[in-house]
Design a protein around this ligand. Structure first.
Ligand SMILES: [Zn+2]
Length: 453
């Protein structure tokens, strides 16, 4: 029998039987959360339901959203002040039982330790994270060049998955620079590479300079790319696949949930959700504006809402992710995968992604405004392609004030770029325009100049 799911027992189940399995796990998880977290206890109280009332997925969908990133950050602030740890008031385990923790790459505000696990959590999800890579052929002993910002960042979680299937990660911190990455690619002869879309593109141009050969000569069998919309864009995919001479795969596991990857299909057919027994993410969509439920039918588009089904340390209940996804409920036309598949469409807000780093226009504006009165503070982010993904450098149009002389502009730009790099990890390209030339609106001044429309 063909294996599709991380838990092979699911392969024998119909979609309806998988729903039943999820539903069996709802009451125990929700009860656990209420019993171990004041935050969740208050949420249940506020909507007047008991965990025991939530017996079906429809019951769950009918519940209001409990949490989003902003709420999570408030919870973290509260637990930091009151309990002396940053894991939030939704933490359900004793802080001393935390076995692994990681933050999202958020660039504004307090980092949130969304990826916080007990040992049991890691043992539960690691095989699913591993199977996700194995789905397209990665096997025992295969070396994987693993390039992300490592350490406390969430992407490091995937290393547990790779090790669980006895893959051999060669983990290189992205901050080490392209030369080191390419040298490791050359000498360790990895079969696969896991990294971001933009970094994989960046290395295409760098390889001939650093190694004297093309990336296509490195012999990769596949690239696992995450963190950005890109694999689903045909031009991007064509460009990367033809340069490397192999298939690229889109994968993710937001907050350690919705563990999914694309298959070997020549056209994009969505990330295959290989562990539906661990959460309800592709089964609970809401309208991003109203937060009202969106029926999960083939092709449905909505904001993904996560509810954990087997999580100890930091379970999420009715967590609106801000990720807008399109979900397919029909089997994959290429590989026959019988579960749900999804494509990330974008973010509910205006987030941009530059070289794998999440950038918020408001944060850019804040840095720019720190340079008044030499700048007026008016700005536009110039987008050549549809966001969120921006091929670096990010282009910024800034208004110079009347008091800055031409000869000072270069130094001013350099200082602004330096501040952007320090605070936001980007090096934008600055284009000066005269004071008053960017149109202001009495309502909401646009942040973007969209050249792709
Ligand atoms: Zn497939």
């Amino acid at each position: 029998m063909q294996r599709y799911f991380a838990n092979p027992a699911l392969d024998a189940l119909s979609p309806e039987e998988i729903y039943v399995l999820q539903e069996q796990r709802l009451v125990p998880q929700l009860t656990y959360c209420r019993d171990h977290s004041e935050f969740y206890r208050e949420k249940f109280r506020a909507c007047g339901v008991e965990p025991g009332d939530i017996k079906t997925l429809d019951d769950l969908r009918a519940l209001p959203v409990f949490m989003n990133k902003d709420q999570e950050r408030l919870n973290a602030q509260e637990s930091l002040e009151r309990d002396g740890h940053p894991f939030g008031t939704h933490l359900c385990a004793d802080p001393k039982d935390i076995y692994l923790t990681g933050t999202t790459s958020g660039t504004t505000g307090m980092p949130t330790f969304t990826y916080t696990f007990t040992k049991q959590d890691v043992e539960t999800i690691a095989p699913a994270l591993g199977w996700r890579f194995a789905y397209n052929g990665l096997a025992y002993g295969d070396r994987v060049l693993f390039i992300f910002a490592l350490g406390i960042y969430a992407t490091s979680m995937s290393l547990w998955g790779l090790r669980s299937i006895k893959g051999v990660p060669i983990d290189v911190d992205a901050r080490a620079g392209s030369e080191l990455m390419l040298r490791f690619a050359d000498i360790t002869r990895p079969k696969y590479m896991a990294t971001t879309v933009s970094l994989s593109e960046y290395l295409i141009g760098k390889a001939p300079v650093v190694l004297g050969k093309e990336v296509g000569e490195l012999g990769f069998r596949g690239l696992f790319l995450t963190g950005e919309v890109g694999v689903s864009i045909p031009e991007v995919r064509q460009r990367i696949e033809s340069a490397y001479g192999c298939r690229i795969y889109d994968y993710w596991a937001p907050a350690g949930h919705a563990i999914a990857i694309t298959c070997d299909s020549p056209s994009y057919s969505g990330m295959h959700w290989v562990a539906p027994d661990l959460c309800t993410s592709f089964d609970d969509l809401v309208d991003p504006e109203t937060k009202q439920p969106v029926p999960v039918v083939n092709g449905a588009v909505g904001e993904m809402v996560i509810t954990s089904l087997r999580r100890q340390a930091s379970p999420l209940l009715k967590y609106a992710t801000g990720d807008i996804v399109q979900v397919w409920t029909e089997p994959c036309p290429h590989c026959g995968f019988p579960g749900k598949r999804a494509q990330l469409i974008g973010r509910a807000d205006d987030m941009l992604v530059v070289k794998g780093v999440n950038i918020y226009p408001a944060a850019i504006k804040q840095v720019v405004q720190g340079f008044t009165p030499q700048v007026t503070g008016e700005m536009r982010i110039v987008l050549e392609t549809r966001p969120p993904r921006v091929v670096p450098p990010l282009k910024l149009k800034l208004e110079r004030s009347g008091q800055v002389v031409d000869t000072d502009l270069e130094g001013l730009a350099r200082r602004i770029v330096g501040a952007m790099h320090d605070q936001l990890k980007i090096r934008p390209e600055i284009q000066w325009v005269d004071s008053g030339s960017l149109e202001k609106s009495t309502r909401k001044t646009p942040l973007f100049e969209k050249n792709y429309e």
